[in-house]
Design a protein around this ligand. Sequence first.
Ligand code: FES
Length: 186
Amino acid sequence: MNPSDEKNHRPKPRPLVERADAHEIARRQAEEEERRGRMSRRDFVSQCGACLAGVVVAAVGASAARVIKPDVLPEPSLSFKVGSPSEFTSGEATLLPDNQVAIFRDGEEFWSLTQVCTHLGCIVAVGPDGFHCPCHGSHFSMDGRVLGGPAPRPLQWWKLSLSPDCQLVVHADQEVPVGTKFKFET
Ligand code: FES
Protein backbone atom coordinates (compact mmCIF):
# COMPACT_ATOMS: atom_id res chain seq x y z
CA MET A 1 0.00 0.00 0.00
CA ASN A 2 1.49 3.24 -0.96
CA PRO A 3 1.34 6.29 1.30
CA SER A 4 -1.30 7.88 -0.83
CA ASP A 5 -3.60 4.84 -0.33
CA GLU A 6 -3.06 4.97 3.43
CA LYS A 7 -3.96 8.58 3.38
CA ASN A 8 -7.12 7.76 1.47
CA HIS A 9 -8.20 5.13 4.06
CA ARG A 10 -7.84 7.33 7.19
CA PRO A 11 -11.18 8.47 8.53
CA LYS A 12 -11.86 11.86 7.25
CA PRO A 13 -12.29 14.47 9.96
CA ARG A 14 -15.91 15.53 10.19
CA PRO A 15 -16.49 18.94 8.82
CA LEU A 16 -16.71 21.69 11.43
CA VAL A 17 -20.24 22.56 10.36
CA GLU A 18 -21.43 18.97 10.99
CA ARG A 19 -19.78 18.92 14.46
CA ALA A 20 -21.37 22.24 15.27
CA ASP A 21 -24.78 20.76 14.30
CA ALA A 22 -24.19 17.79 16.58
CA HIS A 23 -23.33 20.14 19.46
CA GLU A 24 -26.40 22.18 18.71
CA ILE A 25 -28.64 19.09 18.63
CA ALA A 26 -27.17 17.83 21.91
CA ARG A 27 -27.65 21.22 23.53
CA ARG A 28 -31.25 21.41 22.34
CA GLN A 29 -31.95 17.89 23.62
CA ALA A 30 -30.51 18.84 27.00
CA GLU A 31 -32.64 21.97 27.07
CA GLU A 32 -35.71 20.01 26.07
CA GLU A 33 -35.11 17.44 28.81
CA GLU A 34 -34.58 20.17 31.34
CA ARG A 35 -37.75 21.88 30.15
CA ARG A 36 -39.68 18.61 30.46
CA GLY A 37 -38.30 18.20 33.97
CA ARG A 38 -39.41 21.72 34.83
CA MET A 39 -42.82 21.03 33.29
CA SER A 40 -43.33 17.87 35.24
CA ARG A 41 -42.32 19.66 38.46
CA ARG A 42 -44.71 22.43 37.54
CA ASP A 43 -47.41 19.89 36.79
CA PHE A 44 -46.74 18.18 40.11
CA VAL A 45 -46.92 21.46 41.97
CA SER A 46 -50.12 22.46 40.20
CA GLN A 47 -51.68 19.05 40.89
CA CYS A 48 -50.74 19.37 44.55
CA GLY A 49 -52.32 22.80 44.52
CA ALA A 50 -55.51 21.37 43.03
CA CYS A 51 -55.57 18.61 45.65
CA LEU A 52 -54.99 21.10 48.45
CA ALA A 53 -57.75 23.31 47.10
CA GLY A 54 -60.07 20.28 47.06
CA VAL A 55 -59.22 19.46 50.67
CA VAL A 56 -59.79 23.07 51.72
CA VAL A 57 -63.15 23.16 49.92
CA ALA A 58 -64.19 19.88 51.56
CA ALA A 59 -63.11 21.12 55.00
CA VAL A 60 -64.96 24.39 54.55
CA GLY A 61 -68.03 22.46 53.35
CA ALA A 62 -67.89 20.19 56.38
CA SER A 63 -67.58 23.17 58.75
CA ALA A 64 -70.48 24.88 57.00
CA ALA A 65 -72.54 21.71 57.39
CA ARG A 66 -71.66 21.69 61.09
CA VAL A 67 -72.73 25.30 61.40
CA ILE A 68 -75.99 24.65 59.59
CA LYS A 69 -76.75 21.40 61.40
CA PRO A 70 -77.23 21.82 65.14
CA ASP A 71 -74.99 19.69 67.34
CA VAL A 72 -77.83 18.99 69.74
CA LEU A 73 -80.67 17.13 68.11
CA PRO A 74 -84.04 17.21 69.75
CA GLU A 75 -84.52 14.12 71.88
CA PRO A 76 -87.41 11.90 70.85
CA SER A 77 -90.12 11.90 73.47
CA LEU A 78 -89.74 9.14 76.04
CA SER A 79 -93.40 9.36 77.02
CA PHE A 80 -95.68 7.02 75.14
CA LYS A 81 -99.20 5.67 75.32
CA VAL A 82 -99.57 1.96 75.97
CA GLY A 83 -103.33 1.55 75.79
CA SER A 84 -106.43 1.93 77.91
CA PRO A 85 -106.10 0.78 81.57
CA SER A 86 -108.94 -1.66 80.98
CA GLU A 87 -106.76 -3.54 78.45
CA PHE A 88 -104.41 -4.70 81.20
CA THR A 89 -105.24 -7.82 83.19
CA SER A 90 -105.14 -7.45 86.95
CA GLY A 91 -102.54 -9.66 88.63
CA GLU A 92 -100.41 -10.04 85.48
CA ALA A 93 -97.34 -8.43 84.01
CA THR A 94 -97.81 -7.17 80.49
CA LEU A 95 -94.55 -6.96 78.54
CA LEU A 96 -94.24 -4.34 75.81
CA PRO A 97 -91.09 -5.37 73.95
CA ASP A 98 -91.19 -2.41 71.55
CA ASN A 99 -91.01 -0.03 74.50
CA GLN A 100 -88.94 -2.33 76.75
CA VAL A 101 -91.28 -1.86 79.70
CA ALA A 102 -93.44 -4.13 81.79
CA ILE A 103 -96.82 -2.87 83.00
CA PHE A 104 -98.38 -4.34 86.13
CA ARG A 105 -101.94 -4.00 87.27
CA ASP A 106 -103.47 -4.84 90.63
CA GLY A 107 -107.11 -3.75 90.61
CA GLU A 108 -107.01 -0.02 90.02
CA GLU A 109 -103.30 0.29 90.72
CA PHE A 110 -100.75 0.33 87.96
CA TRP A 111 -96.99 0.45 87.89
CA SER A 112 -94.33 0.20 85.26
CA LEU A 113 -90.78 -1.19 85.28
CA THR A 114 -88.14 -1.05 82.64
CA GLN A 115 -87.00 -4.31 81.10
CA VAL A 116 -83.49 -2.95 80.59
CA CYS A 117 -80.99 -4.66 82.86
CA THR A 118 -79.01 -2.27 85.04
CA HIS A 119 -75.81 -4.23 84.45
CA LEU A 120 -75.07 -3.76 80.74
CA GLY A 121 -78.48 -3.05 79.26
CA CYS A 122 -79.72 -6.43 78.06
CA ILE A 123 -83.47 -6.96 78.02
CA VAL A 124 -84.70 -9.03 80.94
CA ALA A 125 -87.36 -11.69 80.61
CA VAL A 126 -90.11 -12.21 83.14
CA GLY A 127 -90.61 -15.55 84.88
CA PRO A 128 -92.66 -16.80 87.80
CA ASP A 129 -89.99 -15.71 90.29
CA GLY A 130 -89.16 -12.33 88.79
CA PHE A 131 -87.02 -11.01 85.96
CA HIS A 132 -83.97 -12.81 84.58
CA CYS A 133 -81.27 -11.31 82.44
CA PRO A 134 -80.11 -13.65 79.67
CA CYS A 135 -76.70 -12.01 79.36
CA HIS A 136 -74.90 -12.47 82.68
CA GLY A 137 -77.57 -14.02 84.85
CA SER A 138 -78.83 -11.13 86.96
CA HIS A 139 -82.05 -11.97 88.75
CA PHE A 140 -84.58 -9.34 89.84
CA SER A 141 -87.70 -9.71 91.97
CA MET A 142 -91.09 -8.84 90.49
CA ASP A 143 -90.71 -5.33 91.88
CA GLY A 144 -87.27 -5.02 90.32
CA ARG A 145 -84.96 -5.49 93.31
CA VAL A 146 -81.68 -7.29 92.64
CA LEU A 147 -81.74 -10.89 93.91
CA GLY A 148 -78.54 -12.07 92.25
CA GLY A 149 -75.96 -11.54 89.53
CA PRO A 150 -73.85 -8.55 88.64
CA ALA A 151 -76.66 -5.96 88.26
CA PRO A 152 -75.70 -3.00 90.48
CA ARG A 153 -79.16 -1.44 90.88
CA PRO A 154 -82.85 -2.40 90.84
CA LEU A 155 -84.81 -2.14 87.62
CA GLN A 156 -86.11 1.40 87.16
CA TRP A 157 -89.72 2.26 87.81
CA TRP A 158 -91.30 4.83 85.51
CA LYS A 159 -93.99 7.40 86.17
CA LEU A 160 -97.44 6.61 84.74
CA SER A 161 -100.20 9.06 83.88
CA LEU A 162 -103.49 9.08 82.04
CA SER A 163 -103.79 10.98 78.76
CA PRO A 164 -106.86 13.16 77.94
CA ASP A 165 -108.16 10.31 75.77
CA CYS A 166 -107.88 7.94 78.76
CA GLN A 167 -104.78 6.10 77.61
CA LEU A 168 -102.10 4.93 80.03
CA VAL A 169 -98.92 6.92 79.42
CA VAL A 170 -95.46 5.69 80.45
CA HIS A 171 -92.89 8.41 81.11
CA ALA A 172 -89.66 6.52 80.53
CA ASP A 173 -87.60 9.58 81.42
CA GLN A 174 -89.16 10.09 84.85
CA GLU A 175 -88.01 7.53 87.36
CA VAL A 176 -90.06 7.06 90.50
CA PRO A 177 -89.08 5.26 93.72
CA VAL A 178 -89.42 1.49 93.73
CA GLY A 179 -92.95 0.61 94.86
CA THR A 180 -94.65 3.75 93.50
CA LYS A 181 -98.06 2.78 92.10
CA PHE A 182 -100.60 4.89 90.26
CA LYS A 183 -104.33 4.59 90.72
CA PHE A 184 -106.59 4.91 87.70
CA GLU A 185 -110.26 4.10 87.44
CA THR A 186 -110.98 1.64 84.66
S1 FES B 1 -76.59 -7.21 81.17
FE1 FES B 1 -77.90 -8.15 82.56
S2 FES B 1 -76.62 -9.25 83.82
FE2 FES B 1 -75.30 -8.30 82.45
